[in-house]
Every structure is written in C-alpha cells, then in structure tokens.
Design a protein around this ligand. Structure first.
Ligand code: ADP
Length: 259
C-alpha cells in the first residue's frame, strides 16, 4: 500500500546464483524517522538556551556590563539557561546508557522499600516547594526485586518529581508500595490538572509534552517518562498511567518478583 516501503534485497548464494527478496522496510523507515526526529528535537532543545546565553554574553560586553543590577540579573538568567542545558544533557546521557544496557537483565537484589524511603527523603530535602505534601506510606517486609538500584532510583525520582511538578499546590502527592502475586507495585498519585486521554499513549515518547511551555517553566526536559519507560522495560516491569482531567493522575509501576 501507499504507506509501506519495500526494498529489494539481493543475496549472492554462489558466483552464478543470487536470490532477490522483497523486504518490507516500513518498520525500518519508522525507526529511522524517529531517530532523525530525536536528533532534530534534541538539537533544537539545546540550541534555544544556547542562543539565549550567547545573546546575554553579547549584551554584557556592551553598556549593560557596566550596570551592576543588570549584570546580576543577566548572570542569573544565563545560569538558569545553562542549568537547563545541563539537565537536558544529563537526561540524554541517561537515556543512551539505559538503552545500551537494554539486553542485560539487572541482577542485583534491590530493597525497593528502602530505596523508595531514600528517594522520598531526597525529594523532601530538595528544596522544591510542596515538600510538606509528599506522603510516603510506611512499608515493611516486602521481598527484594532483581534490579539496578541507580536506575530504579531515577525511575522513582522522575515519577514522584512529575507528580510534585504537575500536582496542584496545597494538595498531597501520595506514594504507595505493596506486594502483589506478580511482584511489587509502586503507585504515585497527585491531585493535579490530569492528562486528557488523547495524550496518554504518547507520554513516554521522547520530548512529548502536553504543554511544552509549562513543562519548560517547571524545569522539565520532556525526557522523564521516556527514561521511566526504558528503565521499566529493562526490569521487565510494566507502567500504567491513569488520569482524569481536573482530578489528577496515578502512575503505577509493577516490578516482577524474583524467581
Ligand atoms: P517533562 O520533563 O516535560 O515533565 P516527562 O517525560 O516527565 O517530561 O512528561 C511528559 C509530559 O507528560 C509532561 O510534559 C506533562 O505534560 C505530562 N505529565 C507527566 N506527568 C504528569 C502528571 N503527574 N500530571 C500531569 N501531566 C503529567
């Protein structure tokens, strides 16, 4: 059909015999387009703060550089833009590391309850607003899971961080962890604006955002859920997102039991 891409592939069997196959390259074409889009998006995301920093450097070289109040203000903006670039580069590096590890099953035993306690404490101490509203229940006697501690920490950070970012201020963010027959389930619930159903299937795509301006203002890179998806996949886990506009969002991750 019109949307499929075919390619002739010729395999030489012997000097006088070759076989030609018609190969469906549609999958390849889609993957290739995604890769091209990804590089274009990443470049664009880096170019914008870079252009801003260069603009301020130029201005500081002129009269504005002599003006202490302006200088202080411009330096602060430049630092914020540089931090944005740093977050982006760190997320890009995380993604490529996780992808490189894709086929290596994590083999260490991780005490997820202990790890989740640690992440909750870090997010409370991170100086982010809303810290008082983060509710991490008590959880005991849970079996360990086979995992990569650093990656699972990043997964929890990203999900709880999103709930804190997109939750309404003054409302709680609740984290639960429990054992189920198939393993452990962690849920994060916020009472934020929620996500309209048409966006749900695309949220784990790199750089997909419901509201790019809002995500940027909150310090988002658009890569958080893509990273979560890759980490969950590597752990043979599953990711579920349930959301109701105007009510809030619950994200859950199921990590399989060992053995
Ligand atoms: P970002 O860095 O933009 O937060 P993510 O990949 O973590 O990127 O999330 C992608 C998009 O999904 C966000 O920009 C936001 O629109 C939406 N989103 C993620 N988590 C939530 C949430 N808890 N509530 C509402 N929207 C969310």
């Amino acid at each position: 059909s019109r949307d499929r891409r075919w390619e002739m592939r010729v395999t030489a069997i012997s000097p006088d015999l070759a076989i030609a196959n018609l190969v469906d390259r549609t999958q390849h074409a889609a993957a290739e387009r995604m890769r091209v889009d990804f590089v274009a998006n990443a470049s664009h995301e880096l170019r914008t703060p870079l252009a801003s920093i260069m603009g301020y450097i130029e201005t500081l070289g002129e009269e504005a550089g002599e003006e202490p109040v302006l200088r202080t203000r411009f330096l602060k903006i430049m630092m914020d833009e540089a931090r944005r670039m740093q977050r982006l580069v760190e997320d890009l590096l995380s993604l490529s590391r996780i992808e490189a590890d894709k086929y290596r099953l994590p083999d260490r035993l991780v005490d997820v309850a202990d790890l989740l306690d640690e992440v909750c404490a870090e997010l409370r101490g991170s100086g982010r607003a809303r810290a008082a509203d983060l509710i991490c229940a008590e959880w005991d006697n849970l079996p360990p899971v086979a995992g990569d501690r650093a990656q699972l920490s990043q997964l929890f950070h990203n999900l709880i961080g999103n709930a804190m970012k997109y939750g309404r201020s003054g409302t709680p963010v609740t984290v639960t962890l429990k054992a189920v027959p198939t393993g452990l389930v962690m849920t994060v619930t916020d009472e934020g604006e929620g996500i309209a159903p048409e966006h749900l299937p695309r949220l784990t795509e790199r750089f997909y955002r419901v509201d790019a301006g809002r995500s940027r203002a909150l310090g988002g890179t658009g890569l958080g859920l893509a990273i979560v998806k890759h980490i969950a996949e590597r752990h043979r886990g599953r990711l579920d997102i349930a959301s109701r506009v105007g009510v809030g969002t619950t994200v859950s991750v199921t990590l399989p039991a060992t053995g």
